[in-house]
Design a protein around this ligand. Structure first.
Ligand SMILES: Nc1ncnc2c1ncn2[C@@H]1O[C@H](COP(=O)(O)OP(=O)(O)OP(=O)(O)O)[C@@H](O)[C@H]1O
Length: 321
């Protein structure tokens, strides 16, 4: 469990993390999304003690990171594997040697290293590449090596800093599938820092949206997308999607529901006109979720809300501000 409370972090006089609160539970795939400069990487680096924070608390498995000395930090980092956008592999070493590095650092025997590296190569699906140098690998294969190396010491948590940002869409998909598989097989907690919405949609069970050093919103990924929350709309630049006049009502279609005829039937039943402002279907892992924003006159607004309530439909009014 990673428990972050009221963390403030400064670079010089600039405050780059502002009262960050977050709880990441064991076994979750937790996404942290935001534009460049939001503070995502800084937060990740505070979690594994690469950066200091002066105010607030970060507990990893009940240990306050700020209070650990170098030796304790080294021990703690065994539990926190990390991968990066640009893989950070040693070019002069082979794939095998790269993966073996953390095990050598912690003085594992040759025999144990051999056994563990072969296991890891198998887990990430690059057994045939073991004697190759990184420059002869594709980006996706390099990230697989980095993942294997990060898992070498059996960490409880895998921190991923823009791990798929340098990869093409298909390779991104395959790396995300691998991470999901690792999460399932090993029960490892995964924290994904990203600016790519696809990453969040494809594998994250929870998400925190950050901006300017602050957490704007945290919740179940599905809920945040289904409700198309203000923070999410801001992030994807759909903030001004509603019409300035009348009443804008968002109708939600959670998974497994089909309300296609609902709107036209409602318009007939209530004898009102409506405009469709925005509609979308989103693919989430294995489900499709939908939402539709309609605009009706202020006069009809109340009867529409009552109608939807009576039919048990989830809706919310979107107020332009
Ligand atoms: N070592 C540093 N010294 C001074 N300022 C820094 C340092 N590292 C980051 N910053 C500043 O801290 C803020 C947060 O940066 P951070 O890298 O955490 O953001 P981010 O959300 O991860 O964005 P990106 O994806 O672009 O890295 C930015 O304004 C950045 O300029």
């Amino acid at each position: 469990m990673i428990c972050i409370k009221k963390v403030n972090k400064y670079y010089g006089k600039t405050k780059v993390l502002k009262g960050v609160d977050m709880e990441i539970r064991d076994g979750e795939i937790f996404g942290i999304i935001g534009h460049s400069g939001a503070g995502k990487s800084t937060l990740l680096r505070c979690i594994n003690g690469l950066e200091d924070y002066k105010e607030g608390s970060i507990l990893v498995n009940n240990k306050e990171i700020r209070t650990l000395n170098e030796k304790q930090l080294r021990e703690m980092r065994k539990e926190l594997g990390m991968i990066f956008q640009h893989f950070s592999l040693l070019e002069r070493k082979t794939v095998f040697e790269n993966i073996a590095l953390p095990l050598e650092c912690f003085k594992y025997s040759k025999e144990d290293i051999n056994k563990r590296v072969l296991e890891l190569l198998d887990l990430v699906g690059i057994k045939d590449k073991k004697d190759i140098k990184p420059r002869n690998l594709s980006g996706g294969q390099k990230q697989r090596v980095a993942i294997a190396r990060a898992l070498a010491l059996n960490p409880k948590v895998l921190l991923c800093d823009e791990a798929t940002s340098a990869l093409d869409p298909n390779t991104t998909k395959s790396i995300l599938a691998l991470l999901k598989d690792i999460n399932k097989k090993l029960g490892i907690t995964i924290v994904m820092v990203t600016h790519q919405m696809e990453v969040i949609k494809q594998i994250c069970t929870k998400v925190a949206i950050m901006e300017g050093g602050e957490v704007l919103e945290i919740g179940e990924t599905e809920e945040i997308f289904l409700h198309n929350t203000k923070a999410l709309r801001k992030l994807i630049g759909e903030d001004n999607i509603v019409l300035p006049q009348g009443t804008n009502i968002k109708i939600l279609f959670p998974k497994g529901t089909s309300n296609e005829s609902l709107i036209t039937k409602m318009a007939r039943d209530l004898d009102i006109d409506f405009s469709i402002v925005f509609g979308k279907l989103e693919k989430f892992r294995d489900d499709i979720l939908g939402s539709l924003i309609i605009n009706v006159s202020n006069k009809s607004g109340e009867s529409v809300k009552r109608y939807l309530d009576n039919k048990g439909i989830i809706w919310e009014e979107i107020v332009n501000d």
